[in-house]
Design a protein around this ligand. Sequence first.
Ligand code: SF4
Ligand code: SF4
Ligand code: SF4
Ligand code: FES
Length: 1008
Amino acid sequence: MTLIDHDLGTPAPKPTSRNGEQTAVEVTIDGVKISVAEGTSVMRAAALAGVDVPKLCATDSLDPFGSCRLCLVEIDGRKGTPASCTTPCSPGMTVSTQTPKLERLRRGVMELYISDHPLDCLTCAANGDCELQDMSGAVGLRDVRYGYDGDNHLSLGKDTSNPYFTFDSSKCIVCNRCVRACEEIQGTFALTIEGRGFGSRVAAGFNGNFFDSPCVSCGACVQACPTATLTENTVIELGQPRRTVLTTCAYCGVGCSFKAEMQGETVVRMTPYKNGGANEGHSCVKGRFAWGYTNHQDRQLEPMIRESITDEWKKVSFEEAIAYAAGRLQDIQSRHGKYSIGAISSSRCTNEEVFVVQKMVRAAFGNNNIDTCARVCHSPTGFGLSNAFGTSAGTQDFKSVEYSDVILLIGANPTDAHPVFASRMKKRLREGAKLIIVDPRKIDLVKTAHIEASGFLQLQPGTNVAVINSLAHVIVTEGLADTKFIAERCEPTEYAIWSEFVSRQENSPEAMEAHTGVPAAQVREAARLFATGGNGAIYYGLGVTEHSQGSTMVMGMANLAMATGNLGRDGVGVNPLRGQNNVQGSCDMGSFPHELPGYRHVSDDATRTMFEQLWGTAIQSEPGLRIPNMFDNAIDGNFKGLFVHGEDIAQSDPNTAHVESALSSMECVIVQDLFLNETARFAHVFFPGTSFLEKDGTFTNAERRINRVRPAMRPQTGKHEWQIVCELANALGHPMSYNESSEIMDEIAELTPTFKGVSFARLDEEGSVQWPCNDANPHGTPIMHKEKFVRGLGKFTPTPYVPTEEKSNRKFPLLLTTGRILSQYNVGAQTRRTKNVAWHPEDLLEIHPSDAQERGVRDGEEVTITSRVGNTVLRAQVTERVAPGVVYTTFHYPISGANVITTDNSDWATNCPEYKVTAVQVSPGRSVATAELDHPAHRLSALVRMANQIARQFVADTSLDAVKSTVAHLERFWEHEMRVDLARAVEAGSITVDDVVVEAVRRLTVHA
Ligand code: SF4
Ligand code: SF4
Ligand code: SF4
Ligand code: FES
């Protein structure tokens, strides 16, 4: 596939609403009559009429600037030669773009540019992809009358500080496209033109170097640069790409479309696709540059098996690994019953892969023990939105934010976690939309370049529901509710009950202030703004869902949106910002133990019958085990076998000691992944996974957009992941086979009403579609619940605030909350294996200066963080981003083991872990002695963990392979023997916990 974007020079004028009428203007360009929307530039109209006017400073992703003077035209009745990029069409205008005068003027402009440009075209990295080169050809430049000896910029140096691209100042034509891209598209304002006239040059930040500037490496400037000044290092190294495959980023839930630009099986660069529905040509550092992990030396390409987790891995053929895995699972089921095994699917995998995993569980395992990593992130979204509106998904597409007037951002940090959507949101904010932020941490959007939030409700972690109730209280009691919308669209009885509930004094901002810490006046002001400021949109993230009241909060936000009439049109809605690339899809595909694909309960006879008839086997009508139940049952000895598909539960799930204890209690753990991750330490079978560049399927992003993931290269492992799963199902006795992944999507469409119209052919034709896509909505559904809700009338639900049991106290006086950082992704398995580590080489603990001073903690020094369940060591960052009493960290590095300290408290409805609230103590230094742990088993786990950390630190500090292998051996030894055998010894009283540590350290010394 070749995907050459036709650059129309300037953007289309924006209508006042998405399908809003625009006045047409008729113009004649080089004799061709064309009708365009009012406000269209002459340059764009010409391009639409088939005439590309030469240009350098213009591109259709940026507002016109009018600096290069190459796009001159002549207009009948007007004097001079105006720039076509900055001249709007007016009715009846007659334009000439190609006259001898214009050609002469353009050649003159190009002569000036080329007289100050290196003449190294043949050896330049951009040769063949350079607009300066193209324009020289287009204007017929044959000579430079001024020569090349005058003052010039040819000796200016290169900035190679950014790991991914180079800035070669000598090639800069000062067209300003990079500066404008950074401002208009990315919204970071990292670049400027310093100096004047001949001395003008592009500068990044104050030091003039990209790495030390506020640049976030989104690549927009590189994309915009018409010359070789800003060039990807991979292009400099490899040369120009020769083929292009359109695919989808595999990092976050924004789901950006990218062109994988290839030389054979080698990626030369990933460039964001202009027609990508989610990103419209923009990208962030992860999707744009952080794909090197796909060829990292740690990648495992062959299946492996081992009898015991203390044995060395043995590489085997796929046939042997599949037969071995099937044999062990069958053996377990024969001894412990069919409910003793299950699987966890991943939101990083394609819809097709997830579908076959849940099918294998239901049809070949014969139970419903399938759960997904969405359990630990957005399961409350499914529950809450389904309850209120009748469907488990966000209501809008991303474009909708361009029509928002007030944005209520709760528990989300889009500039770090959903950067491309953040750029779109920032653009709307710069246009004048208001922003209200509800977050315990002062995220960037509170105040950043050209943006300042109108309200920042810096609440105590765990009090979201108290805030949403008090916002609703103000809206209802001050008569700001949208009574017309409520009367027409919502259940009247439920509304009456809810409005009585929120009106109670106990829900007033004044009453809730004691819980939330947010001054009542701020809440009142925010509520009034949201209710009266025009289109109000709610965007939220894991700071909402990962709480003991996660589902309650989702319903609370749905209540607020209905009460203010903010649903069913552009600019409004309740919008989850999904964490992983395919969280939405993995939920859609039936990855929960109680739901078949399309969110239909397993107890529904008609639905089950449909699946049973197609699959030729009975499906259990009782829900299976959720992830936490699987772990508990494993520890109790009733759950013995687990297939973990593309998920590192030993690192990503809360209370690591508990997870590890469960995993080490199982008889057969099968891991399918790119790398031997933390979970693989407990595995008996390892199936190699494929990277997104090898996958063939679809991802569904946070806006329900189904995007194609097309293989840019063959699977390096020799097999697609879905093929391995099907072969395992076959070996277990249930036939499952497909020739192509498109056939899996055909089966999904056949069985799932909301996907009825989806096929690879339709996606190829339309680019992407947002479900529901069926007979009623053949082109998909960008905005849901337009005329009525999926459930009919919207349902208000009272949401009483119930404080979490995880409270700070004398022993654990601080509340820890967690989040992500831009350059890293989730548990870091991918991004840690890229040059992104340059920005975030370790997780840090943010602590307020007053809390730091009280504890003698200094910036940059190690601290021990202790919770009820474990302890870990991080480096402190003393900052006012967090409020006194709150500490914050990211969880991207296994060595810091942030989840060692998170508890297994969870959401009441969905068991989504309460990652966002953990009571902790922080003390300076690396100290086991500070671990005031209550339970000997927890203490033992923490101590074992500590020993592991020492081992890993040891690995990080040396490059000696022999030492690494010794330590790896010791790690296994500790994990297994110390946990299992020594724990028994502790229980039996023959050895103390402290003796275990002494013994571990002694053995480490001996072995290392
Ligand atoms: S990479 Fe992005 S953030 Fe950095 S300077 Fe370029 S446009 Fe700005
Ligand atoms: S770096 Fe590129 S985009 Fe920026 S001013 Fe120079 S030539 Fe134009
Ligand atoms: S915003 Fe998300 S989907 Fe887009 S490039 Fe970045 S990580 Fe990928
Ligand atoms: S393209 Fe119009 S002035 Fe540069």
